[in-house]
Write a protein of this length. Structure first.
Length: 298
């Protein structure tokens, strides 16, 4: 994106920047409290946690600067960097401290910090997606398909296909997150299938092909969960085991398509917001950065 086109892009709404400042301020306060606790509570300072909290302080400062308009040419990228740093440093700090400061567990702390990081990232995404009508819905569809693939893949590869979270610490948090992604994406897939029936929906792909492709993931996933009672990795007996294997293979096939479609939709949604409709750059990039006709109906 050229500097001229950057200058022509609509500025980020002040309300969203104010929200970014508020969230970044909460991050700074939590980082300051964590630094003090890491030194004052245990017999020895928790140095891994302290080191990552310093990074989070820097990320919080950048978040405040972004809220003040310091990165007006790339607010989305600025928010992504701040959000990603807070998320990664919080998780790594949690692991480096073995999930506690002295006798105090950090699970709730981690959930709160991750929530702040995700919130900042969503604010940045909305700042970008609001530039182009319909881009947010395309991005939501892409995120839904990607979440379904990542959620079920995580459950099957990391947690033996068990839907119900178990254990403690970071493992339980990751397990719960994978389960939420897997289950939460299924009803949204059904919603998108219903939306494809709208007269305004792109008819490049016939409805008789589009709807089954969208509903394949929830149909196969629900059948597998019902058959195995939420224990997808546990072998069954007789014909039930053959059905379980067949459903696992079918699920792997549809999830491969889901992650590809989800990635394409996310890239298309954000790429369509990098230029203004009708601008010189828009005409030059037409057909290369805008969503491919029919592809967004995946």
């Amino acid at each position: 994106m050229t500097s001229t086109n950057s200058a022509n892009l609509p500025p980020a709404p002040k309300s969203l920047l104010l929200l970014t400042g508020l969230l970044s301020g909460l991050v700074l306060l939590s980082a300051a409290a964590t630094l003090v606790a890491s030194v004052a509570i245990p017999a020895r300072p928790v140095w891994p946690l302290i080191g990552f909290e310093v990074l989070i302080v820097l990320a919080g400062v950048y978040g405040v600067l972004a809220a003040r308009g310091a990165f007006a040419e790339g607010p989305g990228l600025a928010h992504a960097c701040v959000s990603g740093t807070i998320f990664a440093a919080s998780v790594l700090g949690f692991l480096g401290s073995t999930g506690q400061i002295g006798e105090h567990g950090l699970r709730s702390w981690l959930l709160a910090r991750v929530s702040l990081a995700v919130s900042i990232g969503l604010v940045g995404a909305w700042i970008v997606l609001r530039r182009t009508p319909g881009a947010a819905l395309v991005a939501l569809r892409g995120a839904t398909y990607a979440a379904a693939a990542l959620g079920f893949a995580g459950l099957l590869m990391l947690f033996d296909g068990q839907l119900k979270p178990a254990g403690s610490g970071s493992g339980a948090i990751a397990h719960a997150a994978a389960s939420a992604m897997a289950l939460g994406s299924l009803p949204l897939c059904v919603v998108f299938a219903l939306l494809s029936l709208s007269p305004k929906a792109d008819d490049t792909i016939p409805k008789w092909m589009r709807i089954p492709s969208i509903l394949a993931t929830p149909a196969i996933a629900v059948a597998l969960l019902v058959l195995t009672k939420g224990a997808m990795g546990t072998p069954l007996t007789g014909s039930a085991e053959g059905a379980r294997i067949g459903l696992l293979i079918a699920l792997a096939i549809v999830l491969t398509g889901a992650i590809c479609a989800g990635t394409h939709l996310l890239v298309s949604a954000f790429a369509s917001c990098t230029v203004l409709p009708g601008s010189t750059t828009d005409r030059a990039l037409m057909g290369t950065v805008t969503p491919t006709r029919g592809a967004t109906s995946s």
